[in-house]
Design a protein around this ligand. Structure first.
Ligand code: FES
Length: 155
């Protein structure tokens, strides 16, 4: 069965498709933004599993590939705004890596739209929620990641 047919079958069987998103969040800004969203009771999709990292540049490309191959439907990397990285230029490295990763994903047959990069500061709780909800909708349109091996719900 072709991949598109497989995906259509899965989508028709799973009208209640609930994407699994892995979000790598920089401790100094985006994680704090997510924390603020929580303490401020800003609502956003529960589809996200957050991974706290010291800087967005800490996200090795293999983390992204592995997450997608293990069944994540989408991966978000979120860090400090340009010029505000606590390690000076970590987020600039992240931006270059992100562009390279998009190309790599396409090469190995994973839709590059499954990877997203955002700059979210500690005070941007509403932006965090908006990004998450928007990304979840985007992934719902793409459908399940069929190259993933299936992520355990407890992850
Ligand atoms: S410390 Fe936040 S992106 Fe580098």
């Amino acid at each position: 069965m072709e991949q598109a047919e497989k995906r259509a079958a899965v989508i028709s069987h799973e009208t209640l498709f609930k994407p699994k998103i892995i979000a790598f969040l920089c401790n100094w800004c985006s994680y704090a933004g997510a924390d603020l969203a929580g303490t401020s009771r800003v609502q956003y999709s529960p589809a996200v599993h957050s991974v706290r990292i010291s800087c967005s540049s800490r996200v090795d490309p293999t983390f992204v590939i592995k997450a997608l191959l293990m069944g994540a439907d989408g991966v978000l990397i979120a860090g400090c705004h340009p010029g505000e990285c606590h390690y000076k230029s970590g987020n600039l490295l992240t931006r270059r890596r992100f562009m390279m990763l998009k190309t790599l994903l396409e090469t190995i047959g994973i839709e590059p739209e499954r990877l997203r990069l955002e700059w979210i500061s500690a005070s941007e709780a509403n932006k965090f929620a908006r990004v998450i909800d928007d990304f979840v909708e985007q992934i719902k349109k793409l459908g399940p990641n069929l190259l993933g091996g299936g992520m355990n719900d407890s992850v």
